[in-house]
Write a protein that binds this ligand. Structure first.
Ligand code: 8IG
Length: 266
């Protein structure tokens, strides 16, 4: 991370904390496609700021990818910061804006980061609407948020402790390897077969760069994907943004229980 990136994250954290008279947060949660309605009403609201009002952030571009940072109190009295949207690598502004939220959460004192996303499923057994815990990832973006000789260990990038905690809430949760492509186009059927051959279970356009930045910052990471569609070519249907929205709607009760149970345990 550059000194400039660290300073901007510090400034954003100070602005956010100052807006609500908080001295620190305990954890942060990033909502991906299909997750926002499930997170509605989670915890006791403290307040909310538009991301665009915080140093280093700009408004997200995709409809349904909201752009607020909310502070809320969890049932155990911890303070959580909830990002209702994220910046994606495919927006073309480079890696720094993609991981700025993670760095801001770390600068604000968070020790745990929950990253959620909507993604394509590579395993035909994952029907749309299935949440899957991320066990590991393949970063196929060719990018990294790290600068210089920053040798970060990713052996357990996605915390086993947090995955076990999530399974206490929902023992039926599957676990898989998340493959990040740069996007914004979805994969071709040949790319989907490649990702399957490489050991992937899930394909998406987020999360891996954020996880790398989180591990650099010392955050413990829980990644949860909502499979919203099968990878291209697995089913004869073309991919549509409408099915992404619909899968989120259908999965809402299960995701809400999962997030609620997690907040009771984190
Ligand atoms: I939602 O099938 C969603 N995001 N790369 N592939 C990729 N990203 C996605 C997909 C998908 N579905």
């Amino acid at each position: 991370m550059t000194e400039q990136a660290a300073a901007t994250a510090q400034a954003a954290a100070a602005t956010f904390l100052g807006a609500f008279g908080l001295d620190r947060i305990d954890l942060a949660l990033v909502l991906g496609s299909g997750w926002s309605s499930a997170a509605h009403g989670l915890g006791e609201p403290i307040g909310s700021v538009p991301l665009a009002d915080l140093p280093g952030f700009s408004a997200p571009v995709v409809a349904g990818h909201g752009g607020e940072l909310r502070a809320l109190r969890t049932p155990t009295g911890k303070v959580a910061a909830l990002f209702t949207g994220r910046t994606h690598f495919y927006e073309g502004r480079g890696v720094e804006p993609v991981v700025h939220g993670v760095r801001t959460a770390a600068a604000a004192g968070a020790s745990v980061l929950v990253l959620t996303n909507g993604c394509g499923g590579l395993n035909p057994g994952y029907s749309p609407g299935t949440p899957v815990l991320i066990r590991d990832h393949l970063n196929l973006t060719g990018a990294t948020p790290l600068t210089g000789a920053t040798f970060i260990d990713l052996t357990e990038a996605y915390s086993r402790r947090l995955r076990d905690l999530a399974r206490q809430v929902d023992p039926s949760l599957a676990e898989g390897v998340y493959v990040q492509f740069r996007g914004p186009q979805y994969e071709t059927p040949a790319e989907v077969r490649m990702a399957q051959l490489l050991g992937g279970d899930l394909v998406g356009m987020s999360t891996t760069l954020e996880t790398i930045a989180a591990r650099e910052a010392g955050l413990e990471v829980l990644g949860i994907s909502l499979v919203t569609n099968l990878g291209a070519g697995i089913s004869p249907e073309p991919l549509s943004h409408a099915e992404v929205i619909e899968a989120g709607r259908a999965a809402e009760p299960r995701l809400r229980e999962l997030l609620t149970g997690l907040l009771e345990r984190l």
